[in-house]
Design a protein around this ligand. Structure first.
Ligand code: URA
Length: 438
């Protein structure tokens, strides 16, 4: 087999066999197939497409390019969740301990911030001492001991996926549904959970801007999960405005703790309960998602979910004093307000612009090496649908230097839209794939 022949085959619209795809991924991972040939293949895939069989083969090849975790030694079904990325998306911080508090082991590999979307690991690292760089053995030990661990992605799991993603990023081949689905599902499959919940976000602050694209991605991932023997469910959820009020690392931890204490924003709590309900139903521990939601809601009210979060933080080296007194978390030096220019109804808070602005403040990174400022971010004072009086505060900007503040403010100047007519408040969830229970 030769890389060049396979590139030509795909370029000419023929299908590649699982063996051929496996060969390409293996040789690329070992550095035998150079970047320029893999880039040509990616572009051929982008234009010619991958069949279901080819997408499954790519997923399997990427998943098996590194260590594959195996939790079969546990008697319970281990679960995992994935979000396609959003602004103010602190769901993992809440959902993981919540579901673990229900006695369902959660093993979660998470990423860092990417472009305008935040990363769970950066958020957790705003808690002093928290260590997400666990060894695989320690990660599995924690899942076994506490029923919960959250670890940063490592090169030992799906290394070929990391290399391929970097190449896609540099060659304009990221936004192909088959490639995205294989990329996401390979990481989930290698991470060892048997039940996977996919939160596919759609809207201005999401990777998938249109609902059609989001459903297509969800359906593709669900099919891969089914074909590869994983219980999988996907919810298509709104990301037109930020989730909750807080955007930024420590600010989101604070909001997540409020939700775990039963005092958080309603949209965040509702979404976590809905997603958690489906995850519980997927494991078979409850008859349906509604029953799961009721159980999880009790675990928030009893304080069990909050205790589980503290246990997670302590087990991974964090100082729980910062959760018990949230004012100890990193704080920005300046808090400035954005005011409404007119009366009316808030009809849009462009999540992408908010995400970009918060990233410019220092909460995200433009390159992998960049240091994050955990303290900075934005706290909304209003959400879409609220009636607004001219001069009212729309949001508070938390910054640590005036130059960043000016740049972020410029980005935010068009993020808020106020109109005379009210709009319908967008739903939290647009749909479930497959229609549930299936
Ligand atoms: N997120 C991923 O993990 N992979 C992609 O290809 C796109 C988004």
């Amino acid at each position: 087999m030769r890389g060049l022949d396979l590139i030509l085959k795909k370029r000419n619209g023929e299908s590649l066999s699982p063996d051929e795809i496996n060969f390409l991924v293996k040789q690329f991972n070992e550095g035998v197939i150079p970047d320029y040939q893999m880039a040509a293949l990616l572009m051929a895939v982008f234009f010619q497409g991958f069949s279901n069989k080819e997408t499954n083969a790519l997923t399997t090849a990427l998943a098996s390019s590194g260590e594959m975790l195996d939790f079969s030694f546990l008697s319970d079904i281990v679960v995992d969740k994935h979000s396609s990325g959003g602004v103010g998306d602190k769901v993992t911080l809440i959902l993981a301990p919540l579901v673990a508090a229900a006695g369902i082991p959660v093993a979660k590999l998470s990423g860092r911030s990417l472009d305008f979307t935040g990363g769970t690991i950066d958020k957790l690292e705003s808690i002093p001492g928290f260590n997400a760089n666990l060894s695989i053995d320690r990660f599995m030990e924690l899942v076994s001991e506490h029923g919960l661990a959250i670890m940063a992605q490592t090169d030992r799991i799906t290394p070929a996926e990391g290399k391929l993603y970097a190449l896609r990023d540099a060659t304009g081949t990221v936004d192909d549904i088959s490639l995205i689905a294989a990329s996401i599902m390979s990481k989930k499959i290698a991470a060892g959970a048997s039940a996977i919940l996919l939160d596919v976000k759609t809207g201005s602050g999401a990777f998938m801007q249109s609902k059609d694209e989001a459903f297509h991605l969800a359906e593709t991932m669900i099919r891969i999960g089914k074909d590869l023997g994983k219980r999988t469910v996907a919810l298509i959820t709104d990301m037109n405005q930020p989730l909750g009020f807080a955007v930024g690392n420590a600010l989101e931890v604070k909001e997540a703790v409020h939700v775990l204490q039963g005092e958080g924003p309603r949209d965040v709590e509702q979404l976590c309960l809905i997603l958690g309900g489906y995850l519980m139903a997927l494991t078979g521990k409850v008859r349906n998602a509604e029953e799961g939601q009721v159980q999880l809601s009790r675990l928030i009210n009893s304080g069990a979910a909050y205790e589980k979060f503290k246990q997670l933080v302590v087990a991974q080296g964090g100082d729980k004093a910062f959760l018990e007194d949230l004012s100890l978390l990193p704080k920005a030096s300046y808090i400035q307000e954005i005011h409404a220019g007119k009366d009316g109804y808030l009809v849009e808070i462009d999540a992408k612009r908010v995400g970009k602005a918060v990233s410019l403040l220092g909460a995200g990174r433009a390159s992998k090496e960049q240091q994050i400022d955990h303290a900075v971010g934005l706290v909304l004072n209003h959400k879409v649908g609220d009636s607004i009086i001219k001069g009212e505060t729309l949001a508070f900007i938390h910054s640590n230097n005036q130059e960043n503040f000016g740049t972020a403010l410029k980005e935010l100047s068009n993020a808020f839209s106020i109109k005379a007519e009210a709009v319908e408040i967008p739903p939290l969830v647009y749909g479930v794939v497959p229609p549930f229970p299936s």
